[in-house]
Design a protein around this ligand. Structure first.
Ligand SMILES: Nc1nc(=O)c2c([nH]1)NC[C@@H]1CN(c3ccc(C(=O)N[C@@H](CCC(=O)O)C(=O)O)cc3)C=[N+]21
Length: 290
């Protein structure tokens, strides 16, 4: 039986609707969540992602500010902008679009964002809190994956989750989040051999590498749940994941498509984190909401 498609686009749209209602309630109480997005340079992919984020904010009533800086900006200038936004009362979340030009240390920039405004969940304080199970901003892509599995009523506890990829923004935090949800977690990466011997054992397989066609039908267990985080352009310029989609979907029980799977969930989790940041900034509303 072919896999059920996990419709990330639809799940994200439903979630945006809920967030919109929440934002309206907060606005009536005088709190308008605010997100600042810093975009450095003219990279077309980054420009289009950032446009999407700003559009999402508009749709749900989150105030957004786009700060555009030239490709030649110095690290000092960028850090000064982050510090200004750390202090701005109308801004609750700060996102610096990655990647950044070579002259700028991404680590330094992320560490300069106030942890309570780090809606990407990339700051070491948030990553550390996640590791010890404390309340924190969870990175949007891993959080979106968990959210879409929940929306499909897929249980995580006790499952063997195999993550392929160990990036700081997807693989590593995803492994931690799945562990926090009581999964048994295995992390695979470029030096794992033979990769297929591992992936075939997964109840839930998360692939976040960035190689089109990395996972074929022969690499999964029948009935596995497959989450494709890959984003690759094929020869025709079409967006494709890391998983051979038609073949794998014949053998899996659930699969996320690319596009329309994890990507839209990543975007909606940013909105959720921004509302959370706004609420946390307002002691009065925070205690009311409990
Ligand atoms: N500070 C920072 N935070 C990020 O979260 C961040 C970043 N930098 N840099 C770049 C990556 C990439 N990323 C995407 C999110 C959603 C889609 C998305 O919605 N994709 C659609 C399709 C988009 C298309 O067609 O091009 C989909 O998969 O259906 C894509 C890419 C966030 N990133």
């Amino acid at each position: 039986m072919p896999a059920k498609l996990i419709d990330g686009k639809q799940i994200a749209a439903d979630k945006r609707q809920q967030i919109k209602v929440k934002v309206q309630e907060l606005a009536e109480k005088g709190l308008v969540p605010g997100l600042a997005v810093i975009l450095v340079g003219e990279n077309p992919a980054s420009q289009s992602y950032v446009k999407g984020k700003i559009r999402d904010c508009k749709e749900v009533g989150i105030h957004s500010e786009l700060i555009r800086l030239p490709e030649t900006v110095t690290e000092e200038e960028l850090l000064a902008e982050v510090v200004r936004l750390n202090r701005a009362p109308s801004i609750h979340g700060i996102l610096v679009q990655l990647p950044l030009p070579k002259q700028i240390s991404e680590d330094k920039v992320i560490e300069t964002i106030a942890p309570e405004k780090d809606v990407d969940g990339f700051h070491p304080v948030n990553l550390g809190k996640m590791m010890i199970g404390q309340d924190c901003f969870e990175p949007c892509t891993p959080a979106g994956i968990i959210e879409m599995l929940h929306a499909c009523k897929i249980r995580i506890a006790g499952k063997h989750v195999i993550i392929v990829g160990r990036s700081h923004i997807v693989g590593k935090p995803a492994s931690q989040l799945f562990l926090n949800h009581d999964a048994t977690v295995t992390i695979c990466h470029s030096r794992t051999t033979p990769l297929a011997e591992y992936t075939k054992q997964a109840d839930i397989l998360v692939v976040a590498v960035g190689h089109a066609g990395l996972i074929g039908a022969e690499d999964i267990k029948p009935g596995a749940i497959v989450v494709d985080v890959g984003m690759n352009r094929n020869a025709d310029g079409k967006l494709v994941g890391d998983v051979e989609f038609p073949e794998v979907s014949q053998k899996a029980s659930f699969i996320t498509p690319v596009p329309g799977g994890v990507g839209p969930m990543t975007r909606v989790m940013l909105l959720e984190n921004t509302v959370k940041a706004a609420l946390a900034s307002d002691g009065r509303l925070q205690s009311e909401s409990r």
